[in-house]
Write a protein that binds this ligand. Structure first.
Ligand code: SAM
Length: 451
């Protein structure tokens, strides 16, 4: 019987993509992937370390996994992802019951690492680099998180070193995949019936491949803009990309979206703070004005582009005035969505040495105030969609109602509508009849695919 592996994924889309890739390699090596830890011979937790709470979840989950099978001496437990990369061998001290530690670039060597643990080796660890960064990104369709939407990493790692952020330490320096490989993957996905791809990376618009094979003939002010046009030319019906880094956000990205209908009308551009003083302490590499110039450009686009962002409240030294600057910026930007995070001290980052001046209760109060302002802005934006017809990819059945489907619009809004299985996977027109704060409800306009 084939050994069964269960992988549980925490954190960002990069981790989801890594899990898909790990599962592909494991199945190729003769393992079976299963949906529950109870059936598994090997349990792997693919972890996130971006905030302290995410990291703590791992420790709790390992305890639960072990507690459920206290006498199972054959059960192998491994920690992969960002916590594994950062903590390394220390994890064996903190979690003596684990068998394997797999760093963020060791995913492709997982089968061999598991074999070593199954052969009785204790404390198996690999924090090494990728064997060859341009190959081995293949993901089998059966391992993808959706049969209709695929995540395609185009760049991994981060060179920005924002003072609060652990990512450069957990994921290493920026490495871009070659354009020809990305384009071939998208063409393959298209032939398999995928309707939407997300080009993903910590900073997608910092994309800088070593060779530009595949981009010949595509104009663009940066390699990322050329890649956007090349990917659009594949004819994949919907292309989204996230996350964009403000300093590298070139106006040509907006031009590429205006020229190509299949480049979706949504941009995620995290600002983190509206205060120049805090932005400097965060080492973001952009001022408030520079950020707002980019927003103005996006808002002046011929297409209405949905805009989302991230904010950290309670960064060390954040005063009431700094926070008010953030509130004012949020009001000015009128974001379609906002992810608000309370500052979480990450050991090893430059900000970790700054005195934490914002108490937990102040942080909570700022979080709530920001959320209320955003909710009000969002309520108006979402209400503005009522009566409009959106192109929606019907991704899956709704968990709330058996007769409803749920999907995303091109502007990345969640849209619910009555529909049966036959529509799943289609791109359909939905007229919006009702708006809630974070989702829209509507009716199918016609059942024919519009792609
Ligand atoms: N690289 C992207 C950027 O900075 O533009 C985003 C990557 S990060 C994984 C996602 C979000 O988590 C960040 O935009 C930030 O708002 C938040 N974040 C990162 N480090 C944090 C920390 N130490 N405390 C609280 N939030 C944090």
């Amino acid at each position: 019987m084939k050994p069964k592996v269960y992988i549980e994924t925490f954190g960002c889309q990069m981790n989801v993509a890594d899990t898909e890739r790990a599962a592909t390699g494991l199945r190729r090596s003769g393992y079976e992937l299963c949906d529950s830890e109870a059936q598994a011979d090997v349990v792997l937790l693919n972890t996130c370390s971006v905030r302290e709470r995410a990291e703590h979840k791992v420790y709790t989950r390992i305890g639960e996994v072990k507690a459920a099978r206290p006498n199972d001496r054959n059960l192998i437990v491994g920690v992969m992802g960002c916590v594994a990369q950062l903590e390394g061998g220390e994890l064996f001290k903190q979690l003596p019951s684990i068998d394997i530690v797999i760093g963020t670039r060791a995913t492709d060597r997982l089968p061999a690492l598991i074999e070593r643990a199954r052969d009785g080796e204790r404390k198996v660890i690999d924090l090494g680099e990728r064997d060859d960064q341009d190959h081995g990104w293949d993901v089998s369709p059966v391992e993808r998180h959706s049969p209709h939407v695929a995540f395609i990493p185009i760049i991994e790692g981060c060179n920005k070193f924002c003072s609060f952020c652990i990512v450069p330490y957990s994921r290493g320096r920026e490495r871009s995949r070659t354009p020809s490989e990305i384009i071939a993957e998208i063409q393959r996905l298209q032939s398999l019936g995928y309707r939407e791809v997300h080009l993903i990376g910590q900073n997608v618009n910092s994309y800088r491949p070593r060779v530009e094979t595949g981009l010949e003939g595509f104009a663009g002010a940066t390699p990322f803009c050329r890649l956007l046009r090349a990917v659009a030319a594949t004819g994949m019906p919907r292309i989204k990309f996230t996350t964009s880094f403000p300093r590298d956000f070139h106006p040509d990205i907006v031009a590429a979206i205006e020229e190509n209908e299949n480049l979706c009308d949504w941009i995620h551009l995290p600002v983190q703070s509206g205060s120049d003083r805090i932005l400097k302490l965060m080492r973001r590499g952009h001022t408030r004005d520079e950020y707002l110039k980019r927003i103005e450009h996006i808002k002046n686009s011929r297409r209405r582009l949905a805009l989302t962002s991230d904010i950290i409240v309670g960064f060390p030294g954040e005063t009431d005035q700094d926070f008010n600057d953030t509130l004012a910026l949020i009001r000015e930007c009128e974001y379609d969505g906002l992810y608000i995070f309370k500052y979480s001290r990450r050991s090893g980052t430059p900000a970790a040495s700054l005195a934490e001046t914002v108490s937990e209760s102040e942080m909570k109060a700022r979080f709530n105030e920001l959320e209320a302002v955003q909710r009000e802005a969002q309520r108006k934006i979402y209400a503005g969609y009522v009566g409009r017809t959106l192109s929606v990819l019907a991704e899956r059945g709704s968990t709330r109602s058996a007769s409803d489907l749920v999907g995303h619009s091109t502007c990345h809004k969640v849209v619910n509508f009555p529909g049966d299985d036959a529509v799943e996977g289609d791109i359909v027109n939905v007229i919006v009849t009702e708006a809630k704060t974070n989702s829209l409800y509507g009716m199918l306009v016609n059942r024919s695919s519009v792609a």
